[in-house]
Design a protein around this ligand. Structure first.
Ligand code: C2E
Ligand code: CA
Ligand code: CA
Ligand code: CA
Length: 278
């Protein structure tokens, strides 16, 4: 037993060591990824369930690592948030998405673009000016930008977050609470924050029609949206049955593989055209 314990301990130390090394390598690779153009954005359509029109798109970052291939954002965003690199990555995302929105608008496709704003970005002193400057530089009306923030963004410094989101909102930008219901939800946030949209997290949508608890949670969020006059967006919609249920239950917007996976800009344009033709 003692022998085993010893081996286990060595194994444990070795694997922690390995993890630290991998993490350091990832941080190193992240530090050159922007300069070497390894990021790109993909766009997932957001559909109005009542009119069946595409009203906008969520921009999602992709990292094409030169050796390791595609690294999912869930792997590198938390690392970039920890070491602060998310600030410049986030600014790149904003710039890139605004450039795309501007191009689409001039091609007769004036869609709203939703961007994920990290809590770390929101904590930056200059974030409000940075965002408004970016919109101005790309000649994008503020009403065409939506910022998706999670409930954690409200926690660290509530006053400051309220103040910044209010300034962004009064400029015309809309604010969505992302992953609603998964974090430290508090109805106080909804009361104090200038929020217009709630996004039902895909974990509640996946088994929407098989797990009664998920049905009730989704219903509750939809009803909450109604009574607070907020638009509800369901993410992770994968089947016609889920779409039908959400539509008749009064959820206004949806996105998910049922409509389309996130697409590169040229694919996205083609998708919008064929979706609106059908
Ligand atoms: P999120 O904001 O909750 O985004 C939804 C995720 O669900 C995306 O994963 C999307 O590709 C995926 N998804 C969409 N439809 C479906 C579906 O029908 N079924 C399933 N199973 N999944 C679906 P993705 O692109 O891997 O992004 C993961 C997370 O990484 C995002 O979660 C967001 O928190 C973060 N992220 C992505 N891009 C950015 C970014 O530019 N900035 C920041 N700060 N975070 C980002
Ligand atoms: Ca999101
Ligand atoms: Ca989510
Ligand atoms: Ca998320």
């Amino acid at each position: 037993a003692k022998e085993n314990g010893h081996n286990y301990f060595q194994f444990f130390v070795a694997s922690v060591d390995q993890e630290i090394r991998e993490r350091k390598q990832l941080e190193k690779d992240l530090s050159v990824a922007l300069a070497q153009n390894q990021f790109h954005l993909v766009y997932q359509p957001q559909v109005n369930l009542a009119t069946h029109r595409i009203i906008g798109a969520e921009a999602l970052i992709r990292w094409e690592h030169p050796e390791r291939g595609l690294i999912p954002p869930d792997h590198f965003i938390p690392v970039a948030e920890m070491n602060g690199r998310i600030v410049e990555i986030g600014q790149w995302v904003l710039d890139q998405a605004c450039a795309q929105a501007s191009l689409w608008a001039s091609n007769g496709m004036p869609l709203r673009i939703a961007i994920n704003l990290s809590a770390v970005q929101l904590r930056q002193e200059s974030i409000v000016d940075d965002i408004l400057d970016t919109l101005r530089r790309h000649n994008i009306p503020a009403g065409r930008l939506e910022l998706e923030v999670t409930e954690t963004s409200f926690m660290t410094n509530l006053e400051e977050a309220v103040d910044k989101l209010k300034r962004l909102h009064s400029a015309g930008i809309s604010i969505a609470v992302d992953d609603f219901g998964t974090g430290y939800s508090s109805l106080t946030y909804l009361k104090r924050m200038p929020v217009q949209h709630l996004k039902i997290d895909k974990q509640f949508i996946r088994d929407l029609l098989v797990n009664e608890e998920d049905t009730r949670i989704a219903n509750t969020i939809i009803d909450l949206g109604k009574s607070l006059n907020l638009t509800v967006v369901a993410e992770g919609v994968e089947t016609a049955e889920q779409e039908y249920y959400l539509a008749q239950r009064g959820c206004q917007l949806a996105q998910g593989y049922f409509f389309s996976k996130p697409l590169k800009p040229s694919e996205f344009e083609r998708f919008v055209e064929s979706f609106h033709r059908s």
